[in-house]
Design a binder for this molecule. Structure first.
Ligand code: ZN
Length: 154
């Protein structure tokens, strides 16, 4: 059964930078997937839905490697690149329209908390929210900013 395979993967996985499952499976088995996710201590659960990166379409990122290898990619150009690909994009936290002056890259899991610079750990937001969030947990901050964040696709 496919689910058993996925659960085994989630429980045992040590190497990839992030764990993800396809959207359909996730919504069907959310509860059990979350429990198994929390059993794997190498990962920190983050539960975000991504569709903006072509490669991750229809995937739900359910965990990022905690204290994983740092990917030494610089984040400086990330926000600019993101804006080139997503004209008229808004801050994921407060919906302010982003431009080259106010857009910054934000780490879902802060570097200080073991997060890294890999693409799945980055979102683009406005400078104001970036400062306001500080090292607050991504989900906690999303909950503060957006009540319906669980339904968001970012
Ligand atoms: Zn904002």
């Amino acid at each position: 059964m496919r689910l058993i395979k996925i659960l085994k993967f989630i429980y045992k996985s040590e190497h990839p930078h992030f764990l993800s499952v396809d959207k359909e499976t996730y919504f069907k088995w959310k509860f059990i997937i979350r429990i198994v996710m929390n059993l794997n201590k190498s990962y920190k659960s983050c539960e975000i839905l991504r569709k903006k990166y072509k490669l991750m379409e229809d995937f739900v990122v359910i965990g990022l490697k905690y204290n994983g290898k740092n990917v030494k990619r610089r984040t400086a150009g990330f926000a600019k690149e993101f804006l080139d690909d997503n004209v008229g994009a808004n801050c994921i936290y407060c919906d302010t329209e982003l431009n080259k002056k106010n857009a910054t890259a934000d780490h879902i899991i802060p570097i200080s908390d073991g997060g890294n610079n890999c693409k799945v750990n980055l979102v683009v937001c406005c400078k104001y929210c970036n400062n306001e969030r500080g090292n607050l947990d991504f989900r906690e901050f999303m909950r503060l900013k957006k009540r319906n964040y669980k339904n968001l696709f970012i």
